[in-house]
Design a protein around this ligand. Structure first.
Ligand SMILES: [Zn+2]
Length: 149
C-alpha cells in the first residue's frame, strides 16, 4: 500500500489551531456628536430630577413640610418636560451601521460588547460614556464610536 505524504502534512496542519489575528480598529467618528452630548445631558438631568423628587418625598415625610412636596412636583414636571425633549432629540440619533436609535433602549437583545455599568442598563452606560469618555459603543451592534474627530 502506498503512503500519501501530502495528506499526512495536510492532517498535521489541521491539528494545529491557526493563530487568530485580532486587529484593534480605531473607533468610528460619530457625526452628530453635539446633539448626542446635549441629549445625554438632558437624560442625565432627567434622572437627577427623579432622584431629587425621591429626596423631596423623603424630606417631606420626615419634616411634614409641604414646601418639599411642591419642590417634588416641580421636579416631576421638569422630568417630564426634559424627557419629552430628549426623546424628540434622540429620535434622529441613530447608529450609522445598524440604524437603531443610540439613546433608546428597546427590549431586544443587546450586543455582548455593549457596556452595562453596575447593571443599571445599557442606556445609562451610553450616557455616561458619552459625557465622561467622549466615546461609546452602540448597544445593539457593539460598534465603537468616538465623538472627537
Ligand atoms: Zn449600532
Amino acid at each position: 500500500m502506498e503512503s500519501y505524504p501530502s495528506q499526512s502534512v495536510a492532517l498535521n496542519v489541521m491539528d494545529e489551531p491557526a493563530p487568530v489575528l485580532v486587529r484593534k480598529r480605531r473607533p468610528r467618528h460619530f457625526l452628530n456628536a453635539r446633539l448626542l452630548v446635549l441629549a445625554s445631558l438632558m437624560r442625565l438631568a432627567a434622572w437627577a430630577s427623579l432622584a431629587g423628587f425621591a429626596w423631596c418625598c423623603v424630606k417631606m415625610a420626615v419634616t411634614k413640610d409641604q414646601l418639599f412636596g411642591y419642590y417634588g412636583l416641580g421636579l416631576v414636571g421638569f422630568f417630564l418636560l426634559v424627557q419629552v425633549v430628549a426623546f424628540a432629540m434622540s429620535r434622529s440619533l441613530s447608529c450609522p451601521l445598524c440604524h437603531c436609535s443610540v439613546l433608546h433602549s428597546k427590549s431586544c437583545r443587546k450586543h455582548q460588547r455593549a457596556r452595562n455599568y453596575f447593571h443599571l442598563g445599557h442606556l445609562f452606560s451610553v450616557v455616561l460614556d458619552v459625557l465622561f469618555r467622549r466615546a461609546f459603543s452602540c448597544m445593539y451592534c457593539g460598534t465603537e464610536f468616538r465623538l472627537k474627530k
